[in-house]
Design a protein. Structure first.
Ligand code: CTP
Ligand code: MG
Length: 231
């Protein structure tokens, strides 16, 4: 990592975890003695790359201030928003006085605690000289079908299909601009799609398959297994 520009992390952690059907938002469920969010932030801190980590937290969240990590000098708190993209935008606003337009920002889901320092370094190393930026992604092993009304109407060409993971890495100014331009657009479910709408083509960097997003109940033991495997 040769250049001296600041690199920032943004962590949207203001979701309710509806699909998880737990008694609290999934980022506060426990995995091997720590909450999912603590695992995620610890992994980002351990990478020793980020000037600060801006975390979006719901204003109704009673759990965050109880965690020691919320007081870490490299961790900032921003108010969460209605959609994930609103939370990301808010976390970007929180560093507006410190971040420069051309600084890189890595946006990483709170719900992906198995992120490795190796993947973070791979992403940054692959993109730091890029004009646009890009994302960690996975190719698909399964054959993928186009389905209408419960019937297959076609098979997708797998070569062109990738699954978008996080972190997603873009320039501070450009990312803010793209999120502003696409505000309220339900098609914008990640940062890359906001950039795509402006006509940019973010780069794909192949990530590790254990960087799963905890989404449904069965994902929690799987994440625990991966965390143990990675030790
Ligand atoms: N997120 C956020 N603000 C929102 C919605 C989501 O910061 N308004 C965050 C979540 O906390 C999570 C990440 O975005 O870390 C990815 O979103 P997702 O997996 O969809 O989490 P939830 O929205 O909480 O889950 P669900 O969609 O099942 O309700
Ligand atoms: Mg969601």
């Amino acid at each position: 990592m040769t250049n001296t520009r600041s690199i920032w992390a943004v962590v949207p952690a203001a979701g309710v975890g509806k699909r998880m059907q737990a008694e609290r938002p999934k980022q506060y469920l426990e995995l091997a003695g720590k909450t999912v969010l603590e695992h995620t932030l610890t992994r980002l801190l351990q990478a020793e790359i980020f000037t600060a980590i801006s975390v979006a937290i719901s204003i109704e969240d009673p759990y965050w201030s109880e965690l020691t990590i919320s007081k870490n000098e490299h961790v900032l708190t921003a108010p969460g928003g209605k959609e994930r993209s609103d939370s990301v935008f808010s976390a970007l606003q929180a560093i507006s006085g410190r971040a420069s337009e051309k600084d890189w920002v890595l946006v990483h889901d709170a719900a992906r605690p198995c992120i490795t320092a190796a993947d973070i370094r791979l992403l940054i190393g692959s993109l730091q000289d890029d004009e646009i930026g890009g994302i960690l992604a996975l190719s698909s092993h399964d054959t993928l079908k186009n389905v209408e009304g419960g019937r297959i109407v076609g098979t997708l060409d797998r070569v062109h299909i990738w699954r978008a993971l996080t972190p997603q890495m873009f320039r501070y100014g450009q990312l803010k601009q793209a999120l502003e331009a696409s505000a309220g657009n339900p098609a914008v479910t990640d940062e890359a799609s906001a950039l795509e709408l402006l006509g940019f083509q973010p780069k794909i960097v192949e990530g590790r398959p254990d960087n799963i997003k905890i989404t449904r109940p069965e994902d929690l033991p799987l994440a625990q297994f991966y965390l143990e495997q990675q030790q």
